[in-house]
Design a protein. Structure first.
Length: 289
């Protein structure tokens, strides 16, 4: 009986593993991410941490060629100058600390789109210029479109046909201070639109207790960053919520995007399975005292 039970468990584990493995089916090309986080909504804190962890978990860290944050170039009156500065620092910590603890991003610089504006645009230009039919660039629009527009303006028109911009919410598309969404489309890029990711990825904070109570500090770190967004007092609609909605676009790309039938409406369970699968296979190496 014990042998039979073990065989059943082993079979189930293998089925679960292969089911998971099939989900990582990213299309050809590289990925660039332009996020805000300095705007009134702090959701990009959790979204950034989850995004970096998902890319690492999928083994696609070498294909992330640009990451910038704080792309809301004109401060909204709903956030004070002091709180705005605070957000810049928090977003940089979310990027740098998650990348360091999860590993694999040593050759990538995480740019602040306001404080390092020229460098940010130039870095995205480099990624655009390197694009070809066999190596397109997928840009995740996790904030206002202005930085994307500025980089497209500085790059050759013939490269734009190899650029695909993934978006999930008109609130980002229509929030530009320098570029409208139509102007972004007029550059000749491919629009890749998926449903609103808030539906399944902005959830009651209790649904993230699995991360809060997990023994691995990498998982605890992610939960902590998302909790910082929840206790932020600039907006009220994050109270009681753990929000990584923008990471849904990365989950969609990891699982295939519009080329390989990617997951258009991922949920917390999808995120959890991917992260915990990686953690199980890659236990943290403890530093000897």
């Amino acid at each position: 009986m014990k042998t039979k039970t073990l065989l059943i468990l082993l079979t189930f584990s293998l089925i679960s593993f292969f089911t998971f493995a099939q989900k990582v089916n990213a299309p050809k090309g590289r990925i660039a991410i332009v996020a805000d986080g300095n705007s009134p909504d702090p959701d990009d804190l959790g979204g950034t941490a989850i995004t970096i962890a998902l890319i690492r978990s999928a083994g696609l860290e070498d294909r992330l060629v640009h990451y910038s944050h704080s792309c809301d170039l004109v401060r909204d009156d709903r956030i004070s100058e002091k709180a705005e500065k605070e957000r810049h620092h928090l977003m940089q910590v979310a990027c740098d600390m998650t990348a360091r603890r999860w590993g694999g991003f040593d050759n990538l610089t995480f740019y602040d789109a306001i404080w390092q504006k020229e460098a940010t645009i130039n870095d995205l230009c480099w990624a655009i210029n390197a694009s070809t039919a066999n190596d397109p660039l997928w840009i995740i629009e996790a904030g206002e479109p202005d930085i994307i527009g500025m980089a497209l303006k500085k790059t050759p028109t013939e490269k734009h046909k190899f650029i695909k911009v993934i978006t999930h919410h008109p609130a980002n598309d229509n929030a530009g201070d320098f570029y409208t969404w139509q102007q972004i489309l007029d550059f000749g890029i491919e629009e890749v639109r998926i449903p609103d990711q808030n539906i399944n990825l902005k959830v009651d904070i209790e649904k993230w207790d699995w991360a809060k109570n997990h023994s691995d500090p990498r998982i605890q770190l992610i939960w902590t960053i998302g909790k910082i967004a929840e206790v932020d007092n600039i907006v009220k609609f994050q109270k009681g919520k753990w929000d990584c909605s923008d990471a849904g676009m990365v989950l969609y790309w990891i699982t295939g995007a519009n080329v390989n039938n990617g997951l258009k409406q991922g949920d917390i369970e999808d995120v959890q399975n991917m992260l915990l699968n990686y953690i199980t296979k890659n236990p943290e190496i403890k530093v000897k005292k």
